[in-house]
Every structure is written in C-alpha cells, then in structure tokens.
Design a protein around this ligand. Sequence first.
Ligand SMILES: [Zn+2]
Length: 272
Amino acid sequence: MNFNIRQAPNGVWYGSFPEFDRLGVRHGFATRLGGASEGPYKSLNLVFRARDEVENVIGNRRKFCEAVGVDLTRAVGGHQVHGDRVGVVAPGDAGKGAASSDGLEGTDALITNVPGVPLMIFFADCVPLLLVDPVRKAVGACHAGWRGTVARIGAKTVQAMERHFGTRPQDCRIALGPSIGPCCYEVDDSVMNRFREAFDWWEAAAVRRGEKWLLNLWEANRRQLIDAGVPAGNIAMSDACTACNTPLFFSYRAENGDTGNLAAVISLQEGC
Ligand SMILES: [Zn+2]
C-alpha cells in the first residue's frame, strides 16, 4: 500500500493510504503544514499547549478534519497516558475531546462501530496506528510509543475489536503512520531490556549503536500485530520518520520536546 501526502483544497497537507478509502472509511495522518500556529508549533499543531492559542488549535483541528472529510464536532479523542487501555466509543461519546483536551480518560486506543464518529489520536514521534475491519464494519486508532508498544497496545486494540465487534484478526487492515524511525530512535539498555523481556523476536527490532540501541518501533508493532493474527500483507507502513523530516512533521525527539503535535483520524463512513 502506498502512503500519499497531498494538499487539500483548504491548504492542509496530510497523508493517507488510498486503499483504505476503498474500505468504507475516511482517514488521514496530519503533517505540520497548513495551520495557524506560530513559533515551535508552526503551523498545524493539534494539541493544546501552554504557549499556543486555544483558538489556533481548535481551528487547526477543524481544518484537518475538513481536509480529511470528517466532522470535528462528532470526533472523539483519548486523554493519552502511554498506557494500554482501549476505549469503546458509543454514539453518546460523539464530540468528547473534539474541541478540548478532555477526551476519554486514560485511553490511548479507541475503537468504534458507529459510522460518522471520527476517532482521533495525537502524537509527535510515537507510532499512530489506524485499524479497519471492512467485514464487521469497525475502526480503531491507537497511539504506541515505546511503553505502549511493550504493553502490546496494537495487539490489544485488535483483540478489543474482536471482543466487542466480532472482528477476525485476519480481516483487519492496519496502517502505521509517520513516527520516529529506526534511523533516529536511540534508546538505552533500560528500555531495550523491556523489549527483550516482552518479545522473543526483539533482536529483529533493535540494532546496537555504541552504548545505546536503535529501536525499530515500526517493526515491533508490525510483529506484534502478526502475532495477534493479522496477515503481514494487511499491514501498511508509511516509512516516514518524523525526526528526519521536521519541515514536514513535528518531532518531540528532534525538537527537544518544544514542538506541536500531529494527529491521525479515522471514521466509518455513513451509509457504508
Ligand atoms: Zn529518522
């Protein structure tokens, strides 16, 4: 599957996998281009920060959702804590966290089978995953930094869709969006040891560099999804590194924490 970045008529640049759009969903991964924020948040910052204007962030979210073709006023966000809780989004949740930071409490993954309720997750190096079950008609979104990856949040999101919607892992299509790549994600032994304990294939996702390691979060997520029963051919990777491309993306690591946040959004289309 090809990852395409393009400019919407409203000026926002965002990436998507065209094959996903044929599955009855709308989705997109934001870049940092096309928004109103200034300074380190220039310009499409999508998370409320002390030194960015609230109106900028809300306006940026509205523009991003408009570019993708989803309704911000019905969107649901998670209040992300690098945990492994999966929130099940019901019709009554529509709009929670859309224009504020109070989304579903302590939730790094969201799933729903309600059409027209977009799921939104935020990141700036962590891996964003968007999930589609075109058979049972359900979608999911999750945020996997190293902690979430070790906690298997990607696999747990698939399992939650299985439990709540009858999703079969072999039907799932999953896209991994722009995030810090194996070229740039240096970690120390304490992080690497967690991966070593969690995954017997950990060496496939790590390379020694001096005293440190280069950790491949893309591969660690890909392999845990395969372990969960998702066919390798159903997993699409953007292969875009946020830290290598700061003109295009926000990167927490490359910009020393003083930066904005990207978002990914996915919604089942109504009438599909
Ligand atoms: Zn890189």
